[in-house]
Write a protein that binds this ligand. Structure first.
Ligand SMILES: [Zn+2]
Length: 232
């Protein structure tokens, strides 16, 4: 497999549980477009993400995003930080962090999302409004924060993958459905139902339990054997 394809596949795998499936390839291609280090960090109260430009000792861009964001907030935060990268790259002088250049870059990055069925309708509506009114184009936009956190509220009442019964079927916040296979230390090996590929899912991820594994209890096993022997 060519190195570039393998790197893309690896990044797709790593981000699969954090980004809505229909936006995944778009985001991965943006990240592969330049040397950028993406770090998913422990939640910070003061910010959702950060961007640091290259320096002589570290000649690559660095982006961090909090790990506890729902998939839509993660996507918008990541695009917010990539917009800093694009604004920095295109600037020939010092620019304001959320100035004209950043707003233009953020708008360009959000634009494809409103034309594909990537996000829930309420989020798409707010983003569409931001595109026609660049003044509001920031993650600090109260309307955007409110609509994104709607999806937090549902997520936080869900159990963690660690708490689910072995062998069950569950849905992650990204909408992907998995069948649990085996627990590792902090991860779980799970088979995605649609693709039948095996992925590692973090135990702390919130998930909706769809179906518990069918457990054969001793009574049921006896009854089944009895049926079998009765019919033979
Ligand atoms: Zn910013």
């Amino acid at each position: 497999m060519p190195k570039a394809t393998a790197q893309r596949d690896e990044l797709m795998r790593r981000l699969a549980s954090r980004i809505p499936p229909s936006a995944l390839a778009y985001v991965v291609d943006l990240l592969l477009d330049q040397p950028v280090q993406l770090v998913v960090t422990r939640p910070r109260r003061t910010r959702l993400g950060s961007y640091t430009s290259p320096s002589p000792g570290r000649p690559w861009h660095r982006i961090t995003v909090n790990e506890d964001l729902n998939c839509y907030a993660f996507l918008v935060t990541l695009l917010h930080e990539i917009a800093h990268l694009h604004a920095f790259r295109g600037a020939s002088r010092r620019i304001a962090p959320h100035g004209r250049e950043w707003k233009r870059a953020f708008g360009n990055l959000l634009h494809p999302l409103v034309h594909t069925p990537t996000l829930p309708a309420d989020i798409t509506e707010v983003i569409r409004g931001m595109l026609t009114n660049p003044r509001a184009s920031s993650c600090a936009d109260p309307e955007l924060v409110a609509v994104l956190s709607r999806y937090d509220a549902t997520a936080s009442t869900l159990p963690r993958v660690d708490e689910l019964p072995p062998g069950c079927t569950f849905r992650l916040g990204s909408g992907r459905v998995f069948k649990h296979t085996r627990r590792l230390r902090t991860w779980h090996l799970c088979e995605e139902v649609r693709t039948r590929q095996v992925f590692r899912v973090r135990g702390s991820s919130r998930a909706e339990l769809l179906e518990s594994a069918s457990v054969v209890t001793p009574q049921r096993a006896r009854a089944r054997n009895a049926t079998r022997s009765a019919s033979s």
